[in-house]
Design a protein around this ligand. Structure first.
Ligand SMILES: [Zn+2]
Length: 484
Protein backbone atom coordinates (compact mmCIF):
# COMPACT_ATOMS: atom_id res chain seq x y z
CA UNK A 1 0.00 0.00 0.00
CA UNK A 2 1.35 3.38 -0.94
CA UNK A 3 1.08 5.62 2.04
CA UNK A 4 1.64 9.29 2.30
CA UNK A 5 1.53 11.47 5.36
CA UNK A 6 0.37 14.94 4.53
CA UNK A 7 1.18 17.64 7.07
CA UNK A 8 -1.52 20.22 7.76
CA UNK A 9 -0.53 23.13 9.96
CA UNK A 10 -3.15 23.89 12.54
CA UNK A 11 -3.38 27.68 12.87
CA UNK A 12 -5.34 29.24 15.75
CA UNK A 13 -5.30 32.33 17.91
CA UNK A 14 -2.47 31.03 20.12
CA UNK A 15 0.01 30.51 17.31
CA UNK A 16 -1.22 32.88 14.61
CA UNK A 17 1.40 35.57 15.27
CA UNK A 18 4.16 33.01 15.56
CA UNK A 19 3.21 31.39 12.24
CA UNK A 20 2.58 34.70 10.45
CA UNK A 21 6.07 35.02 8.87
CA UNK A 22 6.05 31.46 7.55
CA UNK A 23 2.54 31.87 6.10
CA UNK A 24 3.56 35.09 4.39
CA UNK A 25 6.65 33.47 2.95
CA UNK A 26 4.61 30.51 1.69
CA UNK A 27 2.16 32.87 -0.03
CA UNK A 28 4.85 34.99 -1.62
CA UNK A 29 7.01 32.16 -2.92
CA UNK A 30 4.18 29.97 -4.22
CA UNK A 31 3.38 29.24 -7.85
CA UNK A 32 -0.33 29.00 -7.13
CA UNK A 33 -2.57 29.01 -4.07
CA UNK A 34 -5.60 26.83 -3.38
CA UNK A 35 -8.25 27.94 -0.89
CA UNK A 36 -11.25 26.31 0.74
CA UNK A 37 -13.72 27.49 3.38
CA UNK A 38 -16.06 25.87 5.87
CA UNK A 39 -19.21 27.84 6.57
CA UNK A 40 -21.79 28.05 9.31
CA UNK A 41 -24.54 27.53 6.75
CA UNK A 42 -25.91 28.68 3.43
CA UNK A 43 -29.58 29.46 3.95
CA UNK A 44 -32.23 28.70 1.38
CA UNK A 45 -31.09 26.11 -1.13
CA UNK A 46 -33.83 27.07 -3.51
CA UNK A 47 -32.56 30.57 -4.20
CA UNK A 48 -28.94 29.45 -4.28
CA UNK A 49 -29.83 27.44 -7.35
CA UNK A 50 -32.03 29.96 -9.06
CA UNK A 51 -31.88 29.68 -12.84
CA UNK A 52 -31.01 33.35 -12.94
CA UNK A 53 -27.38 33.76 -11.96
CA UNK A 54 -27.90 37.32 -10.70
CA UNK A 55 -30.51 35.94 -8.28
CA UNK A 56 -28.09 33.26 -7.21
CA UNK A 57 -25.51 35.92 -6.50
CA UNK A 58 -28.02 37.81 -4.35
CA UNK A 59 -28.85 34.65 -2.40
CA UNK A 60 -25.18 33.86 -1.75
CA UNK A 61 -24.62 37.49 -0.68
CA UNK A 62 -27.46 37.19 1.80
CA UNK A 63 -25.91 34.00 3.13
CA UNK A 64 -22.48 35.62 3.39
CA UNK A 65 -23.90 38.61 5.30
CA UNK A 66 -25.78 36.45 7.78
CA UNK A 67 -23.47 33.43 8.11
CA UNK A 68 -19.74 33.15 8.69
CA UNK A 69 -16.57 31.35 7.70
CA UNK A 70 -15.68 28.88 10.45
CA UNK A 71 -12.40 27.72 9.01
CA UNK A 72 -10.16 28.64 6.14
CA UNK A 73 -7.85 26.29 4.30
CA UNK A 74 -4.88 27.64 2.37
CA UNK A 75 -2.58 25.37 0.40
CA UNK A 76 0.47 26.96 -1.19
CA UNK A 77 2.07 25.07 -4.09
CA UNK A 78 5.56 26.02 -5.15
CA UNK A 79 7.00 24.56 -8.32
CA UNK A 80 10.32 22.76 -7.85
CA UNK A 81 11.80 22.75 -11.36
CA UNK A 82 15.00 21.10 -10.13
CA UNK A 83 12.94 18.10 -8.97
CA UNK A 84 11.00 17.64 -12.18
CA UNK A 85 8.62 19.40 -14.50
CA UNK A 86 5.60 18.70 -12.32
CA UNK A 87 7.09 18.74 -8.85
CA UNK A 88 5.72 20.96 -6.13
CA UNK A 89 6.38 21.81 -2.53
CA UNK A 90 3.07 22.10 -0.64
CA UNK A 91 2.46 23.98 2.55
CA UNK A 92 -1.00 23.52 3.96
CA UNK A 93 -2.62 25.70 6.59
CA UNK A 94 -5.93 25.17 8.35
CA UNK A 95 -7.07 28.31 10.14
CA UNK A 96 -9.73 28.01 12.83
CA UNK A 97 -11.69 31.26 12.85
CA UNK A 98 -14.24 32.99 15.02
CA UNK A 99 -16.49 35.68 13.64
CA UNK A 100 -17.02 38.27 16.40
CA UNK A 101 -20.39 39.45 15.09
CA UNK A 102 -23.69 37.67 15.51
CA UNK A 103 -24.32 35.15 12.81
CA UNK A 104 -26.81 32.45 12.02
CA UNK A 105 -25.92 28.86 12.72
CA UNK A 106 -27.98 26.20 11.02
CA UNK A 107 -28.49 23.18 13.26
CA UNK A 108 -28.14 20.79 10.33
CA UNK A 109 -24.84 22.35 9.41
CA UNK A 110 -23.56 22.03 12.94
CA UNK A 111 -24.69 18.42 13.08
CA UNK A 112 -22.92 17.74 9.83
CA UNK A 113 -19.74 19.45 11.02
CA UNK A 114 -19.70 17.63 14.35
CA UNK A 115 -20.26 14.33 12.59
CA UNK A 116 -17.25 15.09 10.48
CA UNK A 117 -14.97 16.01 13.30
CA UNK A 118 -15.31 19.79 13.56
CA UNK A 119 -14.34 20.92 17.06
CA UNK A 120 -16.64 23.71 18.26
CA UNK A 121 -14.91 23.90 21.64
CA UNK A 122 -11.73 24.70 19.87
CA UNK A 123 -13.46 27.22 17.66
CA UNK A 124 -14.73 29.22 20.62
CA UNK A 125 -11.56 28.87 22.71
CA UNK A 126 -8.91 29.27 20.01
CA UNK A 127 -10.64 30.63 16.93
CA UNK A 128 -8.86 33.59 15.34
CA UNK A 129 -11.26 36.54 15.75
CA UNK A 130 -12.35 38.61 12.77
CA UNK A 131 -15.09 41.00 11.74
CA UNK A 132 -16.92 41.10 8.42
CA UNK A 133 -17.57 43.81 5.87
CA UNK A 134 -15.53 46.98 5.46
CA UNK A 135 -12.41 47.85 7.46
CA UNK A 136 -13.19 49.50 10.77
CA UNK A 137 -10.07 51.62 11.02
CA UNK A 138 -6.61 51.46 9.65
CA UNK A 139 -6.12 47.72 9.95
CA UNK A 140 -3.02 47.55 7.83
CA UNK A 141 -0.60 46.97 10.69
CA UNK A 142 -2.67 44.36 12.47
CA UNK A 143 -1.88 40.73 12.01
CA UNK A 144 -5.33 39.39 11.36
CA UNK A 145 -7.09 37.08 8.95
CA UNK A 146 -8.17 40.16 7.04
CA UNK A 147 -4.60 41.33 6.55
CA UNK A 148 -3.57 37.78 5.69
CA UNK A 149 -6.18 37.96 2.94
CA UNK A 150 -4.65 41.24 1.76
CA UNK A 151 -1.28 39.49 1.62
CA UNK A 152 -2.87 36.74 -0.44
CA UNK A 153 -4.04 39.38 -2.91
CA UNK A 154 -0.72 41.12 -2.81
CA UNK A 155 1.09 37.91 -3.74
CA UNK A 156 -0.77 37.99 -7.11
CA UNK A 157 -0.74 34.23 -7.64
CA UNK A 158 -3.33 32.18 -9.49
CA UNK A 159 -6.15 31.29 -7.07
CA UNK A 160 -7.53 27.75 -7.20
CA UNK A 161 -10.98 26.87 -5.83
CA UNK A 162 -13.39 23.98 -6.15
CA UNK A 163 -16.94 25.03 -7.03
CA UNK A 164 -15.65 28.45 -6.12
CA UNK A 165 -18.51 30.95 -6.41
CA UNK A 166 -19.68 30.50 -2.82
CA UNK A 167 -16.10 30.64 -1.52
CA UNK A 168 -15.42 33.84 -3.42
CA UNK A 169 -18.52 35.60 -2.12
CA UNK A 170 -17.80 34.56 1.47
CA UNK A 171 -14.11 35.47 1.24
CA UNK A 172 -15.04 38.91 -0.04
CA UNK A 173 -17.67 39.62 2.62
CA UNK A 174 -15.78 38.13 5.56
CA UNK A 175 -12.21 39.25 4.93
CA UNK A 176 -12.34 42.06 2.40
CA UNK A 177 -15.30 44.45 2.17
CA UNK A 178 -19.07 44.80 1.92
CA UNK A 179 -20.25 42.95 -1.15
CA UNK A 180 -21.46 45.08 -4.04
CA UNK A 181 -25.19 44.71 -4.79
CA UNK A 182 -24.69 43.85 -8.44
CA UNK A 183 -22.85 40.77 -9.59
CA UNK A 184 -21.32 42.74 -12.44
CA UNK A 185 -19.43 44.89 -9.93
CA UNK A 186 -18.43 41.88 -7.88
CA UNK A 187 -16.92 40.29 -10.98
CA UNK A 188 -15.14 43.49 -11.92
CA UNK A 189 -13.66 43.62 -8.42
CA UNK A 190 -12.55 39.98 -8.58
CA UNK A 191 -10.79 40.51 -11.88
CA UNK A 192 -8.67 43.21 -10.22
CA UNK A 193 -8.16 41.35 -6.95
CA UNK A 194 -6.80 38.27 -8.72
CA UNK A 195 -4.92 39.50 -11.79
CA UNK A 196 -3.15 36.13 -12.11
CA UNK A 197 -6.52 34.49 -12.57
CA UNK A 198 -8.97 32.24 -10.78
CA UNK A 199 -9.32 28.55 -11.60
CA UNK A 200 -12.16 26.27 -10.58
CA UNK A 201 -11.30 22.59 -10.36
CA UNK A 202 -14.94 21.54 -10.51
CA UNK A 203 -15.17 23.23 -13.87
CA UNK A 204 -11.84 21.70 -14.89
CA UNK A 205 -12.93 18.21 -13.78
CA UNK A 206 -16.13 18.34 -15.79
CA UNK A 207 -15.00 20.13 -18.90
CA UNK A 208 -11.29 19.36 -19.18
CA UNK A 209 -10.65 15.94 -17.71
CA UNK A 210 -14.23 14.80 -18.32
CA UNK A 211 -14.45 12.66 -15.20
CA UNK A 212 -17.89 11.10 -14.72
CA UNK A 213 -18.22 12.78 -11.33
CA UNK A 214 -16.67 16.02 -10.19
CA UNK A 215 -17.10 16.32 -6.45
CA UNK A 216 -13.88 17.20 -4.75
CA UNK A 217 -12.78 13.94 -3.25
CA UNK A 218 -13.75 11.97 -6.32
CA UNK A 219 -11.75 14.24 -8.60
CA UNK A 220 -8.79 14.16 -6.23
CA UNK A 221 -8.72 10.40 -5.85
CA UNK A 222 -9.20 9.94 -9.57
CA UNK A 223 -6.24 12.22 -10.30
CA UNK A 224 -4.17 10.41 -7.71
CA UNK A 225 -4.96 7.01 -9.22
CA UNK A 226 -4.17 8.19 -12.72
CA UNK A 227 -0.98 9.75 -11.44
CA UNK A 228 0.18 6.55 -9.79
CA UNK A 229 -0.43 4.73 -13.09
CA UNK A 230 1.83 7.28 -14.78
CA UNK A 231 4.38 6.74 -12.05
CA UNK A 232 4.31 2.96 -12.56
CA UNK A 233 4.84 3.37 -16.29
CA UNK A 234 7.73 5.76 -15.61
CA UNK A 235 5.97 8.56 -17.45
CA UNK A 236 5.99 12.16 -16.36
CA UNK A 237 3.91 12.49 -13.24
CA UNK A 238 3.10 14.81 -10.36
CA UNK A 239 5.49 14.88 -7.45
CA UNK A 240 4.34 16.44 -4.19
CA UNK A 241 6.83 17.30 -1.53
CA UNK A 242 6.21 18.55 1.97
CA UNK A 243 8.31 20.41 4.47
CA UNK A 244 10.03 18.67 7.32
CA UNK A 245 8.87 20.89 10.10
CA UNK A 246 11.22 21.66 12.97
CA UNK A 247 10.51 20.20 16.37
CA UNK A 248 9.36 23.56 17.69
CA UNK A 249 6.51 23.52 15.21
CA UNK A 250 5.59 19.88 15.50
CA UNK A 251 2.92 20.62 18.08
CA UNK A 252 0.94 22.49 15.41
CA UNK A 253 1.34 19.97 12.63
CA UNK A 254 -1.21 17.26 12.08
CA UNK A 255 -0.41 14.49 9.70
CA UNK A 256 -3.15 13.24 7.56
CA UNK A 257 -2.74 9.72 6.34
CA UNK A 258 -3.41 9.44 2.70
CA UNK A 259 -3.00 6.05 1.14
CA UNK A 260 -3.74 4.39 -2.11
CA UNK A 261 -5.85 1.33 -1.36
CA UNK A 262 -4.96 -2.11 -2.51
CA UNK A 263 -7.04 -3.19 -5.47
CA UNK A 264 -10.41 -4.01 -3.96
CA UNK A 265 -11.48 -6.70 -6.38
CA UNK A 266 -8.24 -8.61 -6.05
CA UNK A 267 -9.68 -11.08 -3.59
CA UNK A 268 -12.75 -12.83 -5.05
CA UNK A 269 -13.63 -14.16 -1.60
CA UNK A 270 -14.51 -10.72 -0.29
CA UNK A 271 -17.90 -9.63 -1.41
CA UNK A 272 -17.98 -6.22 -3.05
CA UNK A 273 -20.42 -4.09 -1.08
CA UNK A 274 -23.26 -2.41 -2.87
CA UNK A 275 -22.38 1.12 -3.84
CA UNK A 276 -24.70 3.95 -2.88
CA UNK A 277 -25.71 5.42 -6.23
CA UNK A 278 -26.59 8.85 -4.92
CA UNK A 279 -23.26 9.18 -3.22
CA UNK A 280 -21.50 7.76 -6.22
CA UNK A 281 -22.89 10.48 -8.47
CA UNK A 282 -22.86 13.46 -6.12
CA UNK A 283 -20.54 12.68 -3.19
CA UNK A 284 -23.52 13.27 -1.00
CA UNK A 285 -26.36 11.11 0.22
CA UNK A 286 -29.47 11.74 2.29
CA UNK A 287 -28.61 9.01 4.77
CA UNK A 288 -25.22 10.42 5.62
CA UNK A 289 -23.35 8.34 8.14
CA UNK A 290 -26.32 6.00 8.52
CA UNK A 291 -26.31 4.85 4.93
CA UNK A 292 -26.07 1.08 4.70
CA UNK A 293 -24.53 1.18 1.24
CA UNK A 294 -20.95 1.92 0.45
CA UNK A 295 -19.66 5.48 0.21
CA UNK A 296 -16.13 4.29 -0.41
CA UNK A 297 -14.81 6.52 -3.16
CA UNK A 298 -12.05 4.13 -4.15
CA UNK A 299 -14.66 1.46 -4.77
CA UNK A 300 -16.84 3.93 -6.62
CA UNK A 301 -14.01 4.93 -8.92
CA UNK A 302 -13.21 1.30 -9.60
CA UNK A 303 -16.83 0.64 -10.53
CA UNK A 304 -16.82 3.66 -12.83
CA UNK A 305 -13.68 2.49 -14.55
CA UNK A 306 -15.22 -0.92 -15.16
CA UNK A 307 -18.34 0.75 -16.44
CA UNK A 308 -16.37 2.91 -18.82
CA UNK A 309 -14.60 -0.12 -20.23
CA UNK A 310 -17.90 -1.91 -20.78
CA UNK A 311 -19.33 1.14 -22.49
CA UNK A 312 -16.34 1.42 -24.77
CA UNK A 313 -16.78 -2.20 -25.81
CA UNK A 314 -20.45 -1.73 -26.51
CA UNK A 315 -19.74 1.37 -28.54
CA UNK A 316 -17.16 -0.44 -30.63
CA UNK A 317 -19.67 -3.19 -31.29
CA UNK A 318 -22.38 -0.77 -32.23
CA UNK A 319 -20.09 1.10 -34.57
CA UNK A 320 -19.30 -2.06 -36.44
CA UNK A 321 -22.94 -2.87 -36.95
CA UNK A 322 -24.46 0.44 -37.86
CA UNK A 323 -21.60 2.91 -38.19
CA UNK A 324 -23.31 5.06 -35.64
CA UNK A 325 -22.25 8.68 -35.56
CA UNK A 326 -19.80 9.78 -32.90
CA UNK A 327 -21.40 10.62 -29.62
CA UNK A 328 -21.80 14.27 -28.88
CA UNK A 329 -18.99 15.47 -26.69
CA UNK A 330 -20.10 18.98 -25.91
CA UNK A 331 -21.53 18.17 -22.52
CA UNK A 332 -19.48 16.72 -19.73
CA UNK A 333 -19.91 13.02 -19.19
CA UNK A 334 -21.96 12.10 -16.19
CA UNK A 335 -23.26 9.04 -14.50
CA UNK A 336 -26.71 9.22 -15.96
CA UNK A 337 -25.09 8.14 -19.22
CA UNK A 338 -23.58 5.19 -17.53
CA UNK A 339 -26.14 2.49 -18.07
CA UNK A 340 -24.29 -0.38 -16.49
CA UNK A 341 -24.06 1.17 -13.09
CA UNK A 342 -27.49 2.65 -12.77
CA UNK A 343 -29.87 0.63 -14.87
CA UNK A 344 -30.62 -2.19 -12.50
CA UNK A 345 -31.93 -0.66 -9.34
CA UNK A 346 -32.59 2.97 -10.06
CA UNK A 347 -35.89 4.21 -8.76
CA UNK A 348 -37.85 6.97 -10.40
CA UNK A 349 -37.04 9.34 -7.61
CA UNK A 350 -33.33 8.81 -7.81
CA UNK A 351 -33.48 9.00 -11.56
CA UNK A 352 -34.98 12.45 -11.44
CA UNK A 353 -32.30 13.43 -8.97
CA UNK A 354 -29.68 12.40 -11.47
CA UNK A 355 -30.58 14.95 -14.06
CA UNK A 356 -28.82 18.23 -14.01
CA UNK A 357 -31.77 20.57 -14.12
CA UNK A 358 -33.36 18.94 -11.10
CA UNK A 359 -30.98 20.99 -9.01
CA UNK A 360 -33.11 23.94 -9.72
CA UNK A 361 -36.39 22.28 -8.85
CA UNK A 362 -35.36 21.30 -5.40
CA UNK A 363 -37.41 23.15 -2.88
CA UNK A 364 -39.91 24.45 -5.36
CA UNK A 365 -42.31 21.72 -4.47
CA UNK A 366 -41.19 21.84 -0.89
CA UNK A 367 -41.95 25.49 -0.44
CA UNK A 368 -38.56 26.25 0.96
CA UNK A 369 -39.72 24.91 4.29
CA UNK A 370 -37.27 22.12 4.13
CA UNK A 371 -33.81 23.53 4.14
CA UNK A 372 -32.48 20.29 5.45
CA UNK A 373 -29.41 19.12 3.67
CA UNK A 374 -31.40 15.95 3.31
CA UNK A 375 -33.37 17.17 0.33
CA UNK A 376 -30.42 18.36 -1.64
CA UNK A 377 -28.66 16.45 -4.34
CA UNK A 378 -24.96 16.88 -3.95
CA UNK A 379 -24.52 18.86 -7.12
CA UNK A 380 -26.17 21.65 -5.22
CA UNK A 381 -24.38 23.48 -2.48
CA UNK A 382 -24.60 21.23 0.51
CA UNK A 383 -25.04 22.26 4.07
CA UNK A 384 -21.68 23.46 5.12
CA UNK A 385 -19.01 23.43 2.59
CA UNK A 386 -20.32 23.24 -0.93
CA UNK A 387 -18.92 19.79 -1.22
CA UNK A 388 -19.48 17.62 1.77
CA UNK A 389 -16.90 14.95 1.32
CA UNK A 390 -17.30 12.49 4.11
CA UNK A 391 -14.42 10.15 3.80
CA UNK A 392 -14.74 6.44 4.38
CA UNK A 393 -17.80 6.52 6.51
CA UNK A 394 -18.92 3.98 9.02
CA UNK A 395 -20.64 1.84 6.45
CA UNK A 396 -20.22 -1.88 6.38
CA UNK A 397 -17.29 -1.83 4.03
CA UNK A 398 -14.98 0.74 5.43
CA UNK A 399 -13.30 1.68 8.64
CA UNK A 400 -14.87 4.28 10.88
CA UNK A 401 -13.58 7.77 10.28
CA UNK A 402 -10.35 8.15 12.14
CA UNK A 403 -8.62 11.33 13.09
CA UNK A 404 -6.26 10.89 10.17
CA UNK A 405 -8.97 10.56 7.54
CA UNK A 406 -11.72 12.41 9.31
CA UNK A 407 -12.60 16.00 9.29
CA UNK A 408 -10.55 17.84 11.87
CA UNK A 409 -8.70 19.87 9.28
CA UNK A 410 -11.02 19.65 6.40
CA UNK A 411 -10.61 23.12 5.03
CA UNK A 412 -6.83 22.71 4.88
CA UNK A 413 -6.94 19.27 3.36
CA UNK A 414 -9.71 20.23 0.94
CA UNK A 415 -7.55 23.12 -0.22
CA UNK A 416 -4.71 20.67 -0.77
CA UNK A 417 -6.94 18.32 -2.78
CA UNK A 418 -8.11 21.28 -4.85
CA UNK A 419 -4.56 22.35 -5.68
CA UNK A 420 -3.56 18.78 -6.47
CA UNK A 421 -6.37 18.44 -9.03
CA UNK A 422 -5.32 21.67 -10.72
CA UNK A 423 -1.66 20.62 -10.88
CA UNK A 424 -2.74 17.34 -12.42
CA UNK A 425 -4.99 18.98 -15.02
CA UNK A 426 -2.22 21.39 -16.00
CA UNK A 427 0.20 18.52 -16.43
CA UNK A 428 -2.25 16.74 -18.74
CA UNK A 429 -2.89 19.88 -20.75
CA UNK A 430 0.81 20.48 -21.15
CA UNK A 431 1.30 16.99 -22.56
CA UNK A 432 -1.60 17.26 -24.95
CA UNK A 433 -0.84 20.73 -26.20
CA UNK A 434 1.46 20.84 -29.20
CA UNK A 435 2.52 24.31 -28.15
CA UNK A 436 4.85 23.94 -25.22
CA UNK A 437 4.20 27.31 -23.67
CA UNK A 438 2.50 26.86 -20.33
CA UNK A 439 0.30 29.91 -20.65
CA UNK A 440 -1.69 28.53 -23.55
CA UNK A 441 -2.40 25.35 -21.64
CA UNK A 442 -3.83 27.25 -18.74
CA UNK A 443 -6.08 29.54 -20.68
CA UNK A 444 -8.87 27.00 -21.21
CA UNK A 445 -9.88 27.10 -17.56
CA UNK A 446 -8.76 30.63 -16.79
CA UNK A 447 -11.34 32.70 -14.90
CA UNK A 448 -14.16 30.24 -15.42
CA UNK A 449 -16.19 29.51 -12.32
CA UNK A 450 -18.41 26.45 -12.17
CA UNK A 451 -22.16 27.06 -12.06
CA UNK A 452 -24.24 24.19 -10.74
CA UNK A 453 -26.80 22.97 -13.26
CA UNK A 454 -25.42 25.10 -16.10
CA UNK A 455 -23.31 24.13 -19.05
CA UNK A 456 -21.52 27.45 -19.15
CA UNK A 457 -19.24 28.80 -16.47
CA UNK A 458 -19.33 32.21 -14.85
CA UNK A 459 -16.56 34.21 -16.47
CA UNK A 460 -14.47 36.55 -14.37
CA UNK A 461 -13.88 39.28 -16.88
CA UNK A 462 -14.31 42.97 -16.33
CA UNK A 463 -16.66 44.38 -18.90
CA UNK A 464 -16.09 47.88 -20.21
CA UNK A 465 -19.44 48.87 -18.73
CA UNK A 466 -18.94 47.62 -15.21
CA UNK A 467 -17.37 49.74 -12.54
CA UNK A 468 -15.48 48.46 -9.55
CA UNK A 469 -17.13 49.04 -6.20
CA UNK A 470 -15.98 51.91 -4.01
CA UNK A 471 -15.00 49.80 -1.02
CA UNK A 472 -12.90 47.68 -3.35
CA UNK A 473 -11.05 50.65 -4.82
CA UNK A 474 -10.07 51.72 -1.29
CA UNK A 475 -8.94 48.20 -0.46
CA UNK A 476 -6.83 47.93 -3.59
CA UNK A 477 -4.94 51.02 -2.44
CA UNK A 478 -4.19 49.14 0.76
CA UNK A 479 -3.07 46.11 -1.16
CA UNK A 480 -0.64 48.28 -3.04
CA UNK A 481 0.70 49.81 0.16
CA UNK A 482 0.74 46.91 2.62
CA UNK A 483 4.12 46.48 4.16
CA UNK A 484 5.53 49.47 2.35
ZN1 LIG B 1 -25.70 6.57 0.74
Amino acid sequence: MTSLKIPVIDVHSDNFVELWPSMLLALKTSTFIAVDTELSGLGSRKSLLNQCVEERYKAICLAARTRSVLSLGIACFKALPEKGEDAYLCQIYNLTLLCMEDYTIEPQSVQFLVQHGFDFNKQYSQGIPYHKGNDKEDERRLQSVRTLFLELLRAQKPLILHNGLIDLVFLYQCFYAQLPDKMMNFIADLSEMFPAGIYDTKYASEFETRFVASYLEYAYKKCKRENSKLMDSSSGHLVMEFCHYPAAMSAYVDYRLCSLPDPVAADPATETPHICERFSAYGWCTNGLKCTQSHNIDLIIEEDEKCKEAKKKRRRKRKKVSEAPMEMESEPPSKQNCGVLLSSSKTEASESMMTNDVDCQVGEDQDGASELPVSVPEETPAPVSEEPTPILQGSADGPKPSSSEGGTHRAGFDAFMTGYIMAYVWMLKKEKGSDSSASCCLSDCLNKIYLSGKNVPLQIVKSVFSKSSRAHVQKMRLVASVGS
